[in-house]
Design a protein around this ligand. Structure first.
Ligand SMILES: *[C@@H]1O[C@H](CO)[C@@H](O)[C@H](O)[C@H]1NC(C)=O
Ligand SMILES: *[C@@H]1O[C@H](CO)[C@@H](O)[C@H](O)[C@H]1NC(C)=O
Ligand SMILES: *[C@@H]1O[C@H](CO)[C@@H](O)[C@H](O)[C@H]1NC(C)=O
Ligand SMILES: *[C@@H]1O[C@H](CO)[C@@H](O)[C@H](O)[C@H]1NC(C)=O
Length: 616
């Protein structure tokens, strides 16, 4: 049997963050090592403290550092090699990054302590001028010799010259076996970057002479393509084809990300791509056996590729290293865990606004369920907290895009950290007055039927991927469409079945086997045995692009006209939807701020403070 049940509950945690829950024992599949082994993170978005409400993902960056050091000891003892990869979107999405002034000062210090062999930039590193500047002046030097940027240039802030963000590629040999590797670092064809950077389309980049020369190299045992690029993507297919034109059989290992899913793509029997989820939920593992090396340049056997998605918690880490709470931690790992604790404390991320009486889910329940975060916003927060005194008794309808909410709320303390996690985006409210109520409903219908609007919006806003929730426009588990939810039908074709799922807290246990609790149940090109932890599946429901709250809740629908209030991000979409609805309103010129200076996040924290008391 590949997995073993360890009926062990850890009494306490000796690493991880002090407030992190202890991991839960569960049946695990082992790692299958090879000549060359990889650990991979992607789309960490600042979650280096791990998940403080979810046992499955409760290890922090310090624990990950210990894990990679221990795995390195283990594989090197057998004469094998290990490479550590990160494929970008390290920034934006968690208070550890977003709440410092300036942003990211603690994060970049914490990050640099991990030894990373190849790292690349994501799109989030490029939205703001100062974020990409920080990459160039801080992260690239911190990881000198390891940061690769095959298709990103930046106007140097001092010379104003257009220069590569980092070297285009590198060739190196592994320490123990002398495996000769040519490595690249790509970003998908992204055009929402600020104009101080230039992202060249992948298809164009691979025609450039430096790339063509790099792949002409005959003394290569493996092409390693790291990138912030989906595992299944036209960009990776183009790179695969370009390399195969020159080398019909040289193994190619891709690492990707961006879609926030666990995924594994097979391009041919010697070319595979691994994507390792999001938010420090997943540590990706891959291995290759049967590679040639500098001392054995020709091997007859065909290479064997393996993959595993490791749930980021100490139970998994102890199991895979064969160590325990006394033998697993390393000094470096402990120091970094302490750095994270200190940073969280300096940023007051544990400041409590109130206590949530129950879990509120983004997609685990239908959006109009009492346990839906959207239902809570629409029926409680907006009607009770959104009020512009200057509008007197005028009823209003407020529209939010569901994608503005980024995570679930867990029962218990709702902290400054929780606020940054669920609503990290700076977003004020605007309104136009005297809009016929039936036109507002027509606009809602249009907004919720426009898959097209949804799929093109990623590049237009610094933060928000789409109107809807990020998972929905890509692959994110088994979505069940709810009867009451017809308006979202348009977005269904965008969903790829079966890859990845959502997080799995202890209290959601509802499987017949008590050892198996809900979590990722990934289906990918290699089958259904990729996840290290054996979970029962989590249900996910479709969420509309936009939701509406009535203010006050009881009178609005009876009024002929209302104030149409909306989160400012939605303005360009409302301009379009207004045209469809034949509403004669100039949103750009006629709208005004509603509740001047107040942001959605403020509204939520104020409401929580007023309504969710903590029992002493
Ligand atoms: C970039 O500038 C904005 C606005 O001044 C500031 O809030 C943010 O902290 C800066 N970010 C970084 C990474 O320096
Ligand atoms: C970039 O955009 C800013 C306005 O946001 C503009 O002032 C500047 O000239 C632009 N720079 C380039 C190189 O196009
Ligand atoms: C309508 O709602 C407002 C505020 O939510 C409340 O003050 C008022 O009493 C309600 N009126 C009725 C008739 O329920
Ligand atoms: C809105 O304002 C812009 C400039 O302020 C102007 O060019 C445009 O014509 C205005 N639109 C309408 C419909 O008045």
């Amino acid at each position: 049997m590949l997995w073993s049940v360890l009926p062990l509950i850890f009494p306490s945690v000796f690493a991880a963050q002090p407030s992190a829950p202890a991991p839960i024992s569960a049946p695990l599949r082992d790692l299958e090592y090879g000549q060359l082994n990889f650990l991979h993170t992607t789309d960490t978005h600042g979650w280096l403290a791990g998940h403080l409400h979810e046992p499955s993902y409760s290890a922090d960056w310090g624990d990950y550092i210990s894990f990679s050091l221990r795995i390195r000891e283990k594989v090197e003892a057998k004469g094998q090699d290990l490479l550590v990869i990160d494929t970008g979107d390290r920034v934006e999405g968690n208070g550890l990054y977003d709440s410092s002034i300036p942003k990211g000062i603690y994060l970049s210090e914490i990050l640099r302590h991990q030894h990373i062999d190849i790292l690349t930039s994501g799109n989030h590193e490029l939205y703001q001028q100062n974020t990409s500047k920080n990459e160039l002046l801080t992260t690239v030097p911190n990881f000198r010799g390891h940061y690769l940027s095959s298709n990103i240039d930046i106007y140097h802030p001092k010379t104003n010259e257009l220069v590569p963000l980092a070297p285009r590629y590198k060739k190196f040999t592994t320490q123990l076996q002398g495996i000769r590797i040519v490595a690249f670092g790509f970003l998908f064809n992204f055009n929402g970057n600020y104009n101080n950077t230039v992202v060249q389309p992948v298809e164009k980049t691979i025609q450039e002479s430096w790339f063509q020369e790099a792949i002409q190299d005959k003394e290569v045992d493996l092409f390693l393509v790291a990138g912030h690029v989906p595992a299944h993507s036209p960009e990776y297919r183009a790179i695969f084809k370009a390399i195969r034109k020159v080398h019909w059989a040289t193994p190619i290992q891709f690492f990707g990300g961006h879609q926030h899913i666990r995924d594994y793509a097979q391009y041919d029997s010697r070319a595979f791509a691994l994507a390792s989820g999001r938010f420090m939920e997943t540590i990706g593992f891959a291995s290759i056996d049967g590679l040639s090396t500098s001392s054995q340049p020709s091997v007859a056997s065909s290479p064997v590729f393996k993959r595993r998605y490791i749930d980021n918690n100490l139970f998994s880490f102890y199991h895979h290293t064969g160590l325990d709470q006394d033998t697993f931690p390393t000094e470096k790992g402990r120091e970094v865990t302490q750095m994270i604790t200190d940073a969280r404390s300096a940023l007051s991320l544990d400041t409590v606004f109130g206590c949530a009486p129950r879990n509120l889910w983004m997609t685990r329940v239908p959006y109009n369920d009492p346990d839906s975060i959207y239902n809570w916003l629409a029926t409680e927060v907006l009607p009770q907290a959104l009020k512009d005194e200057s509008r007197g008794d005028s009823p209003a309808v407020a529209i939010l895009n569901s994608g503005g909410i980024r995570f679930d709320i867990f029962k218990g303390e709702f902290t400054r950290d929780s606020a940054f996690i669920i609503s990290p985006f700076p977003n004020k409210f605007r309104y136009v007055k005297d809009v016929p109520y039936d036109k507002v409903q027509l606009i809602m219908t249009v907004l919720n039927q426009q898959a097209k609007i949804v799929s093109t919006s990623e590049d237009e806003n610094p933060y928000i991927h789409e109107l809807g929730t990020p998972g929905q426009s890509h692959a994110d588990g088994d979505y069940e469409e709810e009867e009451t939810n017809k308006a979202t039908e348009e977005t269904r074709p965008l969903i790829i079945d079966g890859a990845g799922s959502h997080q799995a807290p202890l209290w959601a246990k509802r499987s017949d086997n008590p050892d198996i609790f809900p979590g990722y149940t990934t289906k990918d090109d290699a089958g259904t045995d990729g996840d290290d932890t054996i979970h029962s599946p989590v249900k996910n429901y479709m969420v509309p692009n936009c939701i509406q709250g009535h203010i006050p809740g009881n009178k609005t629908a009876l009024s002929e006209t209302v104030d149409l209030v909306y989160i400012e991000f939605l303005e360009p979409f409302l301009v379009l939807a207004g045209k469809f609805a034949q509403l004669d309103v100039d949103f750009i010129n006629e709208s005004e701020e509603y509740m001047s200076g107040v942001q959605l996040t403020d509204l939520i924290t104020t409401w929580v403070g007023d309504n969710w008391k903590c029992d002493e």
